[in-house]
Design a protein around this ligand. Structure first.
Ligand SMILES: [Zn+2]
Length: 262
């Protein structure tokens, strides 16, 4: 039985090659001694179903978003709009809080910052970061922008180093935000540090994107942002995109959800 199957497979391959020859040169080859009418008939149909041929065109189907609009809005509300918890502490409650774009960035030569910013801009579809204006500035002179540092993650005494691998704060090795980092009607504007790594943990590419997410205006974690799905999950992108698709200060009832193509 195995032998029979093997023999058919060999014939299959051979005839596929013959079909290619016919296609290429218009047929009429003289090397027809090894093929017979018995095997030719069924093999003619082979290229049609051969998985190596061009796939059949599939009619476009409208696919539902991975995270429904209502859930995106609820998550955006919980992590940003409602101003509950850190870092909002109730300020500018009920409206969208985010930066005016573009956001100046000083990477301090941190190589992980670049692909992370690239990924965010690719998902959102527009320029988010100004990578040049403060790139060479003395940090003390920077009043507005994101500054990357390496080896400066805030690690409380006795804490699990893996759980404190990176953070966003007002300074290296700190855990708090600047006392003033928002202006009416909800504009984030300050020098915020993205602190990466501690002596026992190196931030992954996903963690770097996660931290930039915090810096861009995501507060509390949610499923898709540091909770259950790892540093970033499917819900991270539409929540972030929604914040940046609506004007600063937009009340929740007027927020338009923005989905992201994967
Ligand atoms: Zn986080």
């Amino acid at each position: 039985m195995k032998k029979t199957v093997f023999g058919r497979a060999v014939a299959h391959v051979f005839m596929a090659g013959a079909a290619l020859v016919l296609t290429a040169c218009g047929g009429g080859g003289s090397d027809s001694g090894s093929s017979t009418p018995v095997t030719t008939t069924p093999e003619v149909t082979t290229p049609v179903t051969d998985p190596t041929t061009t796939p059949e065109p599939v009619a476009p189907v409208a696919t539902a978003p991975v995270v429904p609009d209502a859930e995106v809005l609820a998550l955006a509300d919980a992590t940003n709009i409602a101003s509950s918890g850190f870092p909002w502490s109730g300020r500018f409650a009920g409206v969208v809080k985010r930066w005016t774009l573009p956001i100046p960035v000083k990477t301090n030569g941190e190589p992980r910052a670049v692909p992370a910013m690239d990924a965010i801009e690719a998902k959102l579809g527009f320029v988010v970061f100004d990578r040049t204006s403060i790139a060479a500035s003395d940090e003390a002179t920077i009043t507005r922008g994101i500054v990357f540092r390496q080896g400066t993650s805030y690690l409380p005494a006795g804490a699990n180093p893996q759980a404190y691998c990176a953070n966003v704060a007002r300074a290296p090795l700190e855990g708090g935000y600047p006392s003033t980092f928002m202006f009416a009607p909800g504009e984030i504007s300050a020098r915020l540090y993205v602190n990466l790594d501690n002596p026992q943990c190196t931030a992954s590419p996903e963690i770097v994107i996660h931290e930039i997410g915090h810096a861009l205006g995501l507060g509390a974690h949610f499923k898709g942002f540091g909770d259950d799905d790892g540093p970033i999950g499917p819900a991270f992108w539409p929540v972030l995109a929604t914040l940046y698709a609506n004007p600063i200060g937009t009340p929740k009832t007027s927020v338009v959800v923005k989905q992201v193509k994967n």
